[in-house]
Design a protein around this ligand. Structure first.
Ligand code: MIC
Ligand code: SF4
Length: 643
């Protein structure tokens, strides 16, 4: 059978199961990545698995999120991760090296391979033809320890590109357009695979931008074929030998197709507070800006920043705007400082930040009260910037730079600029930011280093009957930023679930923790796409810690659903979504015969307050059922042998 590129890579990595849509299979994982805000927990879990060396070809531990060191906490986390990397044979990327996905694209990703990362934007490497999937920290820990990952075979969505972009349109405008069409749940259950004539007009970093924001579609991953642009990119990164030509078979089967004429793509934004709130810049009224932020794993490549410098050349940032720029990697920062682009940015009045996630995850640069910020990032959820009432718009770096000069959201065509900078660059990386694993095991440390900030993680228990209250009725579109808010004040506590639990759902209600304490845990009710956004397992560990036994929703986002199962919290779905309206907060509810119900994927929720019975369902794989009944993935995977 003619296979799509995604299915080819699945086939080449299949360890167990049948390559049939919807079936759960185990695939071999060649490479893993963690970053510091999910990594601490992942390495604590890896430690609990008692191994000597990682089972992958290459595992990377990046420090990029928590690099604001206002107290000892973040540095404690870094030290712990560094010691775990040393102990288990993992490459450690020091703070300053850059954002995990950007550095990974530059230095480690390989076409045709598989990558599992404890960050939802891991699919960025799809720009290079790698099958790269984001997952919870525990699943990445298992992949490091055992070299495999369980996943339901997704459907494949073909995005067929024709023609080429016009000068002022960026790859970001393509993915914003797709998000506007398909919405933040449109990619759920799919791999987005890019094909067609238009592919060759996009550079690897353009492709990476598009794959990066496939996460916002809810897709399992996104992927481009490899071609001469891939080879040129790898050459410029001095790793031509990693090139493998890989693409779909002619006539490959796709479950869905969307056609996009790149010449029709125009500069666009996503309006507050979701990435699918698409609007064409030219259709907007003059929206005055307080801040513009350029960077993040979506748009901080060398080419992106060179275009920004070309726009800023000889101009000044508008007096009412604060422009902050965070280069994606140390290499990019080095190149733009060598070639003068950095000086151009500084002359124009830009604020230059260290290479890292920075304002994208609320690590500084929170806008003023009610402020309006335009960002080249990928998420604009309410509160994520660190300012609850700020309005965040997402756009391309070109739109951001032109708008920073003009003071309002403007189409890049409003300013004239030339892209006459060198495009063929030899990136010639420094190795100074990496600590490579010690091959000789006797030279490795025996114990990891756990400073005061490192606390044990809560342990799951076996799924059983529920006789509790509805502690919170949450509504549609709940993000992991709602469940476990993240900003400069909270990120330092990613290894301290008890502390983080104080802030659960504070974007929605003030007393979630108190409710859980008063009612001795309970159940959360939710609408569509519960748990969209980040891969942070903390959004499952906090509810676990507070005694949440199940989340009953209309639908779930993929990574969060797995994180719940892995911690033996039941993600259950209404058979009839209209039943959501029949249950109220604080109702007494009961779900009995849990073991049989899980086995049959069919449940009765008795609402004792309303005296009604509601049918719920699940679509657990046989393995997921076992994980729930055995008390979580750690317990399940520890001694698992794949037959
Ligand atoms: C994000 O963009 O939300 C993050 C921070 O990178 C997360 C990971 C985390 O919460 O630590 C992600 O996307 O997975
Ligand atoms: Fe970092 Fe933002 Fe990318 Fe998440 S989305 S990895 S916070 S830059």
């Amino acid at each position: 059978m003619a296979l799509s590129l995604a299915m080819k890579i699945f086939k080449n990595h299949l360890l167990k199961g049948e390559l049939k849509t919807g079936e759960e299979v185990a695939i071999k994982i060649d490479q893993t990545l963690t970053q510091d805000s999910t990594g601490t927990m992942a390495y604590l879990q890896l430690e609990a698995m008692d191994i000597e060396n990682v089972a992958t070809e290459n595992s990377l531990a990046y420090i990029d999120h928590n690099i604001l060191q206002a107290g000892f906490e973040n540095a404690d986390d870094h030290e712990f991760i560094k010691s775990a990397a040393n102990k288990y044979g993992i490459t450690f990327s020091k703070a300053g090296a850059g954002i995990c996905h950007q550095v990974n694209l530059e230095q480690f990703a390989k076409p045709g391979q598989t990558l599992l990362g404890s960050d939802s934007h891991t699919p960025t490497a799809g720009g290079l033809g790698q099958l790269a999937i984001g997952a919870g920290g525990l699943e990445v820990a298992v992949a490091m320890a055992r070299g495999f990952y369980f996943v339901k075979v997704p459907k494949v969505f073909r995005v067929n590109l024709t023609n080429r972009l016009n000068k002022n349109a960026n790859a970001k405008d393509i993915i914003l357009y797709i998000l506007g069409k398909l919405t933040v749940k449109g990619g759920t259950g799919y791999i987005m695979e890019y094909t067609g004539d238009g592919v060759k007009s996009l550079s690897v970093t353009d492709r990476a931008t598009i794959c990066n924001m496939g996460a916002e579609l809810g897709a399992t991953t996104s992927i481009f074929p490899s071609d001469e642009n891939t080879l040129a990119y790898l050459k410029s990164q001095n790793r031509e030998e990693d090139y493998v030509e890989i693409s779909a078979d002619p006539g490959a089967f796709y479950d869905e197709t969307i056609d996009i004429d790149l010449s029709k793509i125009v500069p666009a934004v996503a309006k507050p507070h979701y990435p699918d709130q698409y609007a064409v810049v030219g259709d907007l009224e003059k929206i005055k800006l307080d801040q513009v932020a350029i960077g993040s794993c979506t748009n901080s490549s060398y080419m992106d920043l060179m275009k920004v410098a070309a726009i800023l050349d000889g101009r000044k940032v508008h007096p009412d705007v604060s422009l902050v720029i965070s280069p994606g990697s140390a290499t990019i920062l080095e190149k733009i400082s060598e070639n003068g682009a950095l000086a151009t940015m500084i002359k124009a009045g830009a604020r230059i930040l260290e290479s890292g996630c920075g304002p994208c995850i609320g690590m500084g640069q929170a806008p003023k009260s009610d402020g309006v910020s335009l960002r080249s990032f990928n998420r604009n959820f309410k509160g994520r910037s660190g300012t609850m009432d700020a309005k965040i718009y997402l756009a391309s770096p070109e739109t951001c730079a032109v708008s920073a000069v003009l003071g309002y959201i403007a189409d890049p065509s409003e300013l004239d600029y030339q892209e006459n900078f060198p495009k063929d660059v030899d990136f010639n990386h420094t190795d100074a930011y990496f600590i490579r694993p010690e091959d000789d095991h006797t030279k490795r440390i025996k114990e990891t280093i756990k400073g005061k900030n490192i606390k044990p993680f809560p342990k799951a228990s076996k799924a059983s009957d529920i006789d509790k209250k509805v502690v919170f009725k949450a509504g549609d579109g709940i993000t992991t930023d709602d469940i476990c808010p993240s900003n400069a004040k909270l990120l330092p506590f990613r290894s301290n679930i008890a502390y983080l639990s104080e802030y659960a759902f504070t974007t929605k209600i003030d007393d979630f923790k108190k409710r859980c304490e008063d009612m001795d845990g309970g159940v959360i009710l939710a609408g569509e796409n519960y748990g969209q956004g980040s891969s942070r397992e903390h959004a499952a560990l906090i509810p676990l810690y507070l005694g949440i036994k199940a989340v009953v929703a209309k639908s779930f986002a993929r990574i969060h659903r797995s994180n719940l199962i892995n911690n033996a919290i039941l993600p259950l779905v209404f058979e009839d979504p209209a039943d959501y309206d029949k249950i109220d907060e604080y109702d007494d509810i009961r779900i009995v015969n849990m073991k049989e119900s899980i086995e049959k994927d069919s449940y009765f929720l008795e609402d004792l307050t309303k005296n009604i019975k509601i049918k719920l369902k699940s679509d657990f794989s046989e393995r997921e059922k076992q994980v729930l009944l055995e008390g979580g993935y750690l317990a399940y995977a520890k001694n698992l042998v794949l037959e």
